[in-house]
Write a protein that binds this ligand. Structure first.
Ligand code: SAH
Length: 203
């Protein structure tokens, strides 16, 4: 997976490649999809959600330009796979999931796999996780029509926020926003397809 799907494309950060090689993706897929765990595709998980394609997980992680000392927020825990990749790379990971059963399962699995630097909570990621802010990076792994204001506030100056922003129906632009003293700098990374961010952002 690392060689054929990541290194052969544009994933060049050795720390990201190493982390992707260490996380046991088969632990995060449904038993029915075990044989496909390392394929170049997203897979369905419970509650009509998905575990993202390995390449997109690596691309979002690389785009966040993480340092080992970073504190990172993830919105959309899902299976917990992206959280584990982050857990391999940074000091502290906080992940929020709006579907309670997914939050509970992912939290238990990450605990079983000894990702003691990853915390999962059930809730709407729109509001962020104020107690642990500011974050050096924020990854939103569900498609959002716009940036949640509380997340911009909880991003450190110099911090990076990576998010799929709705473009046309069912398609998004994966965008990195970097917070500077003067405001947000926007860089488009590529086109993607994510499940929608739900909750407050849709009101
Ligand atoms: N990062 C995940 C991908 C999950 S798919 C993985 O590696 O498996 C997106 C997830 O975002 C879904 O589980 C969905 O329930 C969750 N989600 C959608 N809107 C959300 C919100 N407002 N707050 C937190 N989680 C949300």
């Amino acid at each position: 997976m690392v060689e054929t799907q990541l290194r052969s494309r544009d994933i060049a950060d050795p720390r990201v490649l190493d982390a992707m090689g260490r996380v046991p993706r088969h632990e995060f897929v449904l038993p029915a999809h075990l044989a496909r765990a390392y394929e170049d595709r997203a897979l369905p998980i419970r509650e009509n959600q998905t575990i993202s394609q390995p390449y997109i997980v690596a691309l979002m992680t690389q785009s966040a330009e993480l340092k080992p000392t970073d504190r990172v927020l993830e919105v959309g825990t899902g299976s917990g796979y992206q959280s584990a990749v982050l857990g391999e790379l940074v000091q502290e990971v906080y992940s929020i999931e709006i579907v309670e059963s997914l939050a509970t399962e992912a939290g238990a699995l990450l605990g079983k796999l000894s990702y003691s630097n990853v915390q999962v909570k059930y809730g709407d990621g729109y509001a962020g996780w104020k107690e642990h802010a500011p974050f050096d990076a924020i990854l939103i792994t569900a498609a959002a029509p716009r940036l949640p204001k509380p997340l911009i506030d909880q991003l450190a100056v110099g911090g990076r926020l990576v998010v799929p922003i709705d473009n046309i129906l069912l398609h998004q632009d994966l965008v990195r926003f970097t917070k500077t003293k003067e405001g947000l700098v926007r860089d488009k990374i590529t086109g993607v397809q994510f499940v929608p961010m739900t909750g407050e952002i849709r009101k």
